[in-house]
Design a protein around this ligand. Structure first.
Ligand code: F6R
Length: 249
């Protein structure tokens, strides 16, 4: 299913609706989380709903997609810091249920196995929230990632490091490596919610939906999943072949 909405604000509202409905119907459940600019408004809308009493997160288990390798979890640019600042510290999340891969582990392969085992032990992910890189990455699965890949250490492309530079004092501080859920891990989620806003995502969205099913566009793997809901704004949808209907509310 694809919803195309007029603005990023409407995208965030719709995404918050889908997440809220999913979690309320599960009386908790397991939510996979992403970081990045696209997610900021979505977390803000979820915080609004918590404050208005529409939803509680205390029974929800969270698994973030990825974390940088080699920076402390409290560092300004870490994904854990992002999550605490934008969401975890603003709602009633149980800290024991808020999981990110440990990017400071001295043994990343073991950490990746531990993370996969933890996801399995929690019953798997009910709803996985995803952004998309301009190069088609999902999580930090850069082009070339195998569709069956599992949680593992990856090397970030220069484009991804540049896109994430605003979260660091200097661009050179953006780590080169990260640990990410694999595409195979992501595809095991029961439902996937992919969000894209802005013209700079238009090519990636078009390639994901109608380009070759190829590791050159990691997000094209989502076509192998039976339950993907895409929500984009008109700018991100502008290159979708055959896209005529634009919803405005
Ligand atoms: C982040 C992640 C990435 C981002 C993607 C889009 O946890 O997994 O795949 O979702 O890079 O980032 P923004 O929203 O900053 O354009």
């Amino acid at each position: 299913m694809i919803d195309i909405l007029a603005s990023p604000d409407l995208v965030a509202l719709r995404a918050a609706d889908v997440i809220t409905e999913g979690l309320v119907s599960l009386c908790g459940g397991t939510l996979g989380l992403a970081t990045g600019a696209t997610m900021l408004q979505i977390y803000a809308r979820l915080v609004d709903r918590f404050r208005s009493g529409t939803i509680s997160f205390c029974e929800v288990t969270f698994f973030n997609l990825d974390e940088y390798i080699g920076i402390p979890r409290t560092a300004t640019g870490s994904f854990r810091t992002f999550m605490h600042r934008c969401f975890f510290d603003l709602v009633d999340v149980d800290p024991a249920r808020a999981h990110l891969p440990d990017g400071m582990s001295s043994d990343v392969s073991s950490e990746a196995l531990r993370y996969e085992a933890l996801i399995r032990a929690s019953g798997g992910i009910d709803l996985q929230l995803l952004g998309i890189g301009s190069n088609g990455h999902i999580g930090f699965n850069e082009p070339g990632s195998d569709f069956g890949s599992r949680t593992r250490e990856v090397l970030l492309t220069e484009a991804t490091r540049v896109a994430n530079a605003p979260y660091f004092a200097k661009g050179a501080e953006v780590p080169h490596r990260a640990v990410t859920m694999g595409i195979g891990t992501i595809l095991e989620s029961r439902k996937i919610l992919l969000i894209a806003t802005g013209k700079h995502k238009a090519e990636a969205i078009s390639a994901a939906l109608s380009g070759p099913l190829s590791t050159a566009c990691p997000a094209s793997a989502l076509r192998r999943h039976p339950n993907v809901h895409i929500i984009c704004d008109a700018a991100a949808a502008s290159h979708i072949v055959g896209c005529v209907a634009v919803q405005t509310q």
